[in-house]
Design a protein around this ligand. Structure first.
Ligand SMILES: [Cu+2]
Length: 243
C-alpha cells in the first residue's frame, strides 16, 4: 500500500513537471502572456495586462518571470518538492516557498481546521510523532500542516488551530496556499480531497516524510496507526538513533 502511494505520488509529480515544461514551450511561440506574480491560480496565464482576480496584484508579462540565470539549488533533484514554485502563507503571516524549508526533514499532512472528524486525530498523530523526536534532534525537523481549505483557513485561523493543538513551538508550520497550489501539492502527496458540504471535506489521511532535499521518503496512511516506522525514518534522516 505504502509503495503504491509513493509511486503514485512520484508519477503525478513527474506528470505535473512535464505538463509545466510543455506549457512553457507552447507559450514561447504565442504572443505575450501575463501572469500573477503570486501565482494565485497556479500557472494560469492571462491575455493582457490587468490585475489578478484573486490577489488583485498587477499581472506581469511572462517573459520577465523567466529566470535569467540558473539558480543554485544545491543537490535538489527533479523529484524534490522544492522545485514547486508555489507560495504559502504561514500561521505567522509570513510568505514562504517550499524551498525555504530546504535542509530540514519535513513531516507533512493535509488538514482543514474546521474538520470535526479525522483532522483532530491526524493532528494528534502529528503531535505523537513530534513527542518521539528527542529534543536535541528537533532542530532539524519541521512538522507541517497544509490546509485543504484555504478559503476558510486564514493565517489567523491557522494560528488559533496551532494554539488549540499545542503546536506553538518553532517546529510547527501551518500553511495556506492558493486553491491551485493546494491541489498541486495534494497530488504530490497522493492526497485526495473533495468538498462534500459547505463546511466539510472528505480527504485522505496520509502523513508524509520528506528528506532534507525535499524528496518523499516515507508515508503512513490511516488514523491512529503505529508511527514507529515514520519516527524511525525521521531519526535516520536527522542522524539520530532509532530505538
Ligand atoms: Cu478532516
Amino acid at each position: 500500500m505504502m509503495g503504491k502511494i509513493l509511486k503514485f505520488g512520484l508519477l503525478l509529480f513527474l506528470a505535473i513537471h512535464w505538463g509545466a515544461c510543455n506549457n512553457k514551450k507552447k507559450e514561447d511561440t504565442a504572443e505575450v502572456r501575463y501572469e500573477c506574480p503570486m501565482h494565485c491560480e497556479g500557472d494560469k496565464t492571462y491575455d493582457g495586462p490587468g490585475s489578478c482576480p484573486v490577489c488583485k496584484m498587477d499581472l506581469v508579462p511572462l517573459e520577465q518571470l523567466q529566470p535569467v540565470e540558473p539558480r543554485d539549488l544545491g543537490e535538489i533533484s527533479d523529484l524534490s518538492i522544492f522545485n514547486l514554485p508555489s507560495r504559502w502563507m504561514t500561521q505567522d503571516n509570513r510568505e514562504i516557498e517550499l524551498k525555504d524549508l530546504q535542509g530540514d526533514v519535513l513531516v507533512m499532512v493535509m488538514i482543514y481546521t474546521s474538520c470535526k472528524a479525522a483532522c483532530p486525530r491526524l493532528a494528534a498523530d502529528m503531535r505523537e510523532i513530534e513527542k518521539q523526536i528527542p529534543q536535541d534532534k528537533k532542530q532539524g525537523v519541521k512538522l507541517v500542516l497544509v490546509s485543504i481549505d484555504p478559503q476558510t483557513d486564514t493565517p489567523e485561523r491557522l494560528r488559533a488551530f496551532a494554539k488549540e493543538n499545542e503546536m506553538e513551538s518553532d517546529q510547527w508550520l501551518l500553511l495556506r496556499g492558493s486553491e491551485a497550489d493546494t491541489r498541486e501539492f495534494a497530488a504530490v502527496l497522493a492526497v485526495n480531497y473533495k468538498r462534500i458540504s459547505p463546511l466539510d471535506f472528505s480527504h485522505s489521511n496520509i502523513i508524509s516524510v520528506f528528506d532534507q532535499h525535499g524528496e518523499l521518503v516515507h508515508q503512513q496512511e490511516g488514523l491512529g496507526v503505529s508511527s514507529d516506522l515514520t519516527v524511525d525514518t525521521i531519526l535516520q534522516l536527522v542522524g539520530g538513533h532509532s530505538s
